[in-house]
Ligand binder design. Structure first.
Ligand code: ZN
Ligand code: ZN
Length: 248
C-alpha cells in the first residue's frame, strides 16, 4: 500500500473470518476482502502512525468491526475499540494470536503473533529496525530482545519493503559477514525483478540484521573506527548503530 507499506489480510480458512493488519489505505483492503469472500472481524493496528492506520476510517464505513491497538493509543488510533497489552489473546475465527508490547518506535507499539507469523509493524524490519520516534534506545533494545526470544523459524512480516536499503547500511558496518553478503546479493536480485522480500525468518535476522548483532566484533570495530569512545555494552552498541543509520 502507499509507496512501500505492507498491510496483511489474515484469514481463518475454516470459518472465513479475517483480520486486516495495518491498513494504510481503505480501498485496496476493501477490494481484497471482497475478492477473498471473507468476513472481516478486526483491524489490527501495530501503532498509531498514519501509514498504518490511514485505512481504518474507510474500512469502518463499510464494515462494522473491532479495531485493536495498544490501550495507551485510544486517542491516537481511529476507531479503536479493543485496547490491548502484553499477553492478551486475540481470536480471528479459529486462529489465536498473542499480543507483544514492544515500545521504542512509538510508546504504544505492539506486535501480533499468530502461530509462527509475527506482524511487527515498524519495530523489527527485515535487515533493520524502526526509528526511535518516541522511545529510548533502552526500550527498543528490550523490545528487540523480546522478539529475538521467539523461535528461529518465526516469520517476520514487517510494515515496509525496506530490505535492500537496510542491507546497504548493514554492509557498511559488517561487510565481512558472509551470510550478510549473500543475503544482499539475493535481495538485490529479487528487488530488480520487483519481487517482495518479506517475510524473512528470525534466524536470518539474527544472522544479518545489524540491530540484533550487538555481539558482533566486526560491528564493534566499525563503531570504534567512527567514535573511539563508544561503549560496547549491548544497549550502547544498539544506540550507536541506530544513530549511524539515522545519518546514513
Ligand atoms: Zn511507524
Ligand atoms: Zn511505517
Amino acid at each position: 500500500m502507499l509507496r512501500d507499506n505492507y498491510a496483511y489480510l489474515l484469514v481463518c480458512d475454516k470459518s472465513k473470518a479475517a483480520a486486516i493488519i495495518d491498513p494504510s489505505e481503505a480501498d485496496p483492503a476493501l477490494n481484497r476482502i471482497e475478492q477473498e469472500g471473507v468476513q472481516l472481524e478486526g483491524i489490527l493496528n501495530t501503532h498509531h502512525h498514519r501509514d498504518h492506520t490511514g485505512g481504518n476510517e474507510g474500512i469502518l464505513a463499510k464494515h462494522k468491526t473491532e479495531v485493536y491497538g495498544h490501550k495507551s493509543d485510544t486517542a491516537r488510533i481511529h476507531g479503536l475499540t479493543r485496547g490491548v497489552d502484553e499477553g492478551d489473546v486475540i481470536q480471528v475465527g479459529e486462529l489465536k494470536g498473542n499480543v507483544l508490547f514492544i515500545p521504542g518506535h512509538t510508546t504504544g507499539h505492539v506486535a501480533y503473533l499468530f502461530d509462527n507469523n509475527l506482524f511487527c509493524g515498524d519495530t523489527l524490519f527485515t535487515a533493520g529496525c524502526g526509528r526511535l520516534f518516541e522511545g529510548t534506545p533502552e526500550q527498543m533494545h528490550a523490545s528487540l530482545k523480546k522478539l529475538m526470544a521467539l523461535p528461529d523459524n518465526t516469520k517476520i512480516y514487517c510494515g515496509h519493503e525496506y530490505t535492500e536499503s537496510n542491507l546497504r547500511f548493514a554492509m557498511s558496518v559488517e561487510p565481512k559477514n558472509p551470510k550478510l553478503v549473500s543475503r544482499f546479493e539475493r535481495v538485490q536480485g529479487l528487488r530488480s525483478r520487483g519481487t517482495s522480500t518479506v517475510p524473512s525468518t528470525l534466524e536470518e535476522e539474527k544472522q544479518t540484521n545489524p540491530f540484533l548483532r550487538w555481539e558482533s566484533k566486526e560491528i564493534h570495530g566499525s563503531l570504534k573506527a567512527a567514535d573511539p569512545r563508544v561503549r560496547l555494552d549491548p544497549v550502547s552498541v544498539f544506540a550507536a548503530v541506530r544513530k549511524m543509520k539515522d545519518a546514513f
